[in-house]
Design a protein around this ligand. Structure first.
Ligand code: EPS
Length: 373
């Protein structure tokens, strides 16, 4: 089973990822990770920090001579902004931002400076998660599994659903959508929010193609693939909802318009619809995995909301930290990483986790068993 932990603060020296369970034999270098790190930094509406950082990963363990050894893989991403912070004396922050970890954080940990909370609660940490996800993505690629994400809604503007063959258009998009008209309207909303000192949220969808049936399990609740994906995505900063396939819409439809009928052809079992988002009974069913996550608007508002000083208990306005106006595309890239990790975890659970060559043999034998000969 795969596991990973991240550590590091937003303005600390670096972010660290320790990823356990990477099988031996995977060709791996920093360049496999850096593209996703750069993608996470993109998006219209990002704050000043993204102008400072050029996120790149250094692999410091688990890889020798360009191949994974089976030992934990450790990645380090340096914070360039550390140079600007290390000698700085900053006054304590005492006015918590509504919607952020600030208030509950200081109460829980008995702290008196909100900075002690926000430094770790910050979405800067997602860079470390994207690092773990990029390693998992490389592993899944060995088995023909591909993951991509796109923004489906931003600031209340809905984009047309993305067709699989429109994926290449996402690279050129400022907001990870192929719908140019919607993108224009979204940009306007972000620009307006910036002017007003406000922030903008949205919804993104992540898809996995080429996933074999049988990842995850119905035998125990915690092993269900949908449960694992939902936990992973809800663990991402600012996510308030997760849907799989039709999601909440399924609740209002009759069963005959929800369940995906089963057919059999040259490649084996298949469906003509995918309302279940590729997951039935907590397991992948061989169709594309489709998940959506709703991101609330970022909690730092340049026109701050009312708050109460934690020391004096006087009413005031929430503190203002440099932040993004909108980070939905960045969250989408992190969502891809989360999907990659959860699928790699479920994949190695099913097919083995020590040695890439053995996993390939086991995967091949499985496909032979489930597909027509
Ligand atoms: C982020 C880095 C942060 C913020 C943002 C995301 O950098 P700084 O705090 O120095 O501006 O831009 O973090 C938040 C939205 C937050 O709530 O903390 C990043 O690397 O993505």
């Amino acid at each position: 089973m795969m596991k990973f932990v991240t550590s590091g603060e937003s303005h600390g020296k670096c972010l660290v990822t320790v990823l356990e369970g990477v099988p031996a034999g995977l060709v791996l270098s920093a360049s496999d990770i850096n593209n996703d790190l750069a993608r996470r930094q993109q998006g219209y509406g990002r704050g000043g920090r993204m102008g400072i950082e050029r996120d790149t990963a250094e692999i410091v363990s688990g890889v020798r001579n360009g191949r994974s050894t089976g030992a934990p893989v450790t990645l380090i991403i340096n914070n360039k902004d550390w140079e600007n912070w290390k000698d700085r004396t900053v006054p304590p922050i005492t006015l918590p931002r509504p919607g952020h970890a600030d208030l509950a954080g200081i109460l829980k940990y008995g702290l008196t400076d909100i900075r002690d909370v926000l430094e770790r609660a910050s979405a800067r940490e997602t860079a470390a998660r994207v690092g773990a996800g990029a390693v998992c993505r490389k592993l899944l690629k060995e088995f023909g599994i591909e993951i991509f994400g796109y923004v489906t809604e931003l600031g209340g503007i809905k984009a047309r659903p993305l067709k699989v063959n429109q994926r290449s258009a996402l690279t050129a998009s400022l907001l990870m959508t192929a719908d140019k008209k919607a993108e224009k309207a979204m940009i306007k909303i972000i620009a307006l929010a910036k002017k007003k000192g406000d922030s903008v949220g949205g919804v993104f969808e992540v898809k996995a193609l080429g996933v074999p049936p049988g990842l995850g399990s119905y035998t125990a609740w915690a092993n269900r693939l949908d449960a694992r994906l939902a936990q992973g995505l809800m663990g991402l900063q600012a996510i308030k909802g997760v849907e799989i396939g039709l999601g909440f819409e399924a609740a209002g439809r009759p069963g005959s318009r929800v369940h995906d009928e089963i057919f059999y052809g040259k490649k084996g079992f298949f469906r003509k619809t995918n309302n279940c988002g590729g997951i039935e009974g907590g397991m992948s069913n061989g169709e594309d995995i489709v998940v959506r996550a709703a991101m609330k608007p970022i909690a730092t508002l340049y026109s701050p909301l009312k708050s109460v000083d934690i020391k004096t208990k006087n009413t005031g306005r929430a503190s203002v930290e440099r932040s993004d106006i909108c980070a939905v595309p960045a969250a989408c890239v992190t969502g891809e990483a989360i999907m990659a990790f959860e699928l790699a975890d479920a994949f190695t659970d099913k097919f083995g986790s020590d040695c890439l060559a053995d996993i390939k043999k086991s995967f091949k034998a499985y496909l032979k068993r489930i597909r027509p000969s």
